[in-house]
Design a protein around this ligand. Structure first.
Ligand code: NAD
Length: 489
């Protein structure tokens, strides 16, 4: 029998493990993929001191151009090892090959290329200052790294979301300690291998594996961490905020959502059905931007519900490598139980189940996995718990609206504010409605179409701050003002 793979942390240029291991389970069939070594307090300390030392050591002495050239090498090596990244991400998440190949892994690699190119233009400002008393000065700013940045990332798009923060943080000259989700450590370990192979100086990139409440909490509260950037659930964000409050660190938070789509009377119905199918069911509903509520104009409601029902029933669920599979399982048994509890709650709150609502039966090893049916419900009030709480599964509730102002008010009536999509062929309506929505991102007649230069983030419980393009550079660097007196003759 082949030995079970052991996943180790990467600290100050070395792969190291502890005596504590937990299981990494394949959500397709419940089999053991690997044993993950949980970083001990001493290992976390070593990562922090290694990362601190790197700031003034070889890593800290690299010029911007040298640093960015190195990050391009990281991307090149990731591309060379793409098949391994794909296999590792599939094993951890059970996602379809198509999605991993077109989204997760290439976008992970692209993050390094994009931010390596952008950071070269992270220019400061200059001002000639003249005072009423006749003084004159040159004021300029230089962008310095924040220091040691803790990156805490989730399981839903593991490599993509970790690199979305690691790449700009490193491009700005910070040293990084990445703590990926305990559900999905594998591609983070491959990334550490790549960093090592291309010669990233020791301490610049560190990886600590383990559970959030243990390793994540120890990291965010530790002295020696200068900033925390986090993607994950809003409740975890609240805990991290308490933990960092002791030392007043900068934070960037990309949190949960309860995103809605609006289908106006003037929408192209086929386009809207296709779009909402994608926005609700992609990645088995496990994208923070996924739609969980759909408001449809009364004139289209019956046709829309019938069309989305058909589309949901046509979705092929199955093995990641199977042809035409659109969705795989949820990430874990724990998450499957959470989503199923919301399916149950929907029934208790009085919903009509249009389709789905349970677990598909395969009569093979997949019945040990974490699969779930794409589900559509109707008939609940806006204030039902199912319409207010983030479920993070392949489910949407569809309701009727009549007036534009009414639907804007109802969409905004939530504690979350991440994303929305609107479906209309009326350009004036699109421009009028989009800015009135209390979210960080509105898509019109599309969904999940992202430009890395555009600001990304949420309002209310969905996050603090913006990342993307120059917004990432602004978070991961600290402008310092230097004022030089210009002596007057
Ligand atoms: P999670 O909050 O449970 O975990 C995210 C990360 O935080 C993991 O690495 C986890 O180990 C760690 N963690 C957990 N408790 C911690 C603590 N007390 N201190 C420090 N770290 C801790 O989230 P998840 O279940 O992995 O991901 C799903 C959630 O992430 C959803 O709510 C989703 O909407 C959100 N999300 C948001 C975005 C966005 O861009 N806004 C993107 C993806 C996912």
């Amino acid at each position: 029998m082949s030995e079970v793979k052991k996943l180790k942390s990467y600290i100050n240029g070395q792969f190291v493990d502890s005596n504590e291991y937990f299981d990494n389970i394949n959500p397709v069939d419940g089999t053991l993929i690997a044993k993950v070594s949980e970083a001990s307090p001493a290992m976390i300390e070593a990562a922090i001191s290694g990362a601190r030392a790197a700031l003034t050591d070889e890593w800290g002495r690299l010029s911007v151009n040298e640093r960015c050239a190195l990050l391009h090498k990281v991307a090149d090596r990731m591309a060379e090892r793409e098949e391994e990244f794909i296999a590792a991400e599939i094993a951890d998440t059970g996602k379809s090959l198509f999605q991993i190949k077109t989204i997760d892994i290439p976008r992970g690699t692209a993050n390094f290329r994009f931010f390596a190119d952008l950071a070269r233009f992270n220019d400061g400002e200059t001002f000639i200052t003249e005072t009423p008393s006749g003084d004159k000065a040159l004021n300029y700013s230089v962008n310095k790294p924040l220091g040691v940045v803790a990156v805490i990332s989730p399981w839903n798009l593991p490599l993509l979301l970790a690199t979305w923060k690691v790449a700009p943080a490193m491009a700005c000259g910070n040293s990084v300690i990445l703590k990926p989700s305990e559900e999905t450590s594998s591609t983070a370990v491959l990334l550490a291998e790549v960093m090592d192979e291309v010669g990233v100086p020791k301490g610049a990139f560190n990886l600590v594996l383990g559970r959030g409440k243990v390793v994540g909490d120890a990291l965010t509260g530790a002295k020696g961490i200068d900033a925390v950037t986090f993607t994950g659930a809003s409740n975890t964000g609240k805990q991290i905020m308490k933990s960092v409050a002791q030392s007043v660190k900068p934070i960037s938070f990309e949190l949960g959502g309860k995103n809605a789509a609006i289908v106006f009377a003037d929408a192209d119905l086929d386009k809207a059905i296709k779009g909402v199918t994608k926005s609700t069911f992609t990645n088995c509903g496990q994208v923070c931007l996924c739609t969980e509520k759909v408001f449809v104009h009364r004139s289209l409601f019956d046709r829309f519900v019938a069309g989305l029902k058909q589309a949901a029933q046509d979705i092929k669920i199955g093995y990641p490598l199977e042809k035409d599979v659109f969705i795989g399982p949820l990430v874990s048994k724990v998450h499957q139980q959470k989503v199923l509890s919301y399916y149950q709650l929907a029934k208790e709150e009085g919903a009509t189940v249009v389709t789905g609502g349970g677990v598909p039966i395969f009569n093979d090893e997949r019945d040990n996995g974490c699969f779930i049916e794409p589900t559509i419900i109707t008939g609940l009030d806006d204030n039902a718990r199912v319409n207010q709480e983030e479920i993070f599964g392949p489910i949407c509730h569809i309701s009727i609206f009549d007036e534009e102002n009414e639907v804007i008010r109802r969409l905004n009536d939530t504690d979350y504010g991440l994303a929305a999509s609107i479906w209309t062929e009326n350009l004036s309506r699109a421009h009028r409605v989009a800015p009135q929505l209390d979210v960080g991102l509105v898509w019109v007649n599309t969904w999940f179409l992202r430009d890395l230069r555009a600001p990304f983030g949420g309002v209310k419980l969905s996050g603090i701050g913006r990342e993307g393009g120059k917004h990432s550079l602004a978070f991961y660097s600290e402008p310092m003002n230097i004022c030089i007196n210009i002596e007057q003759a």
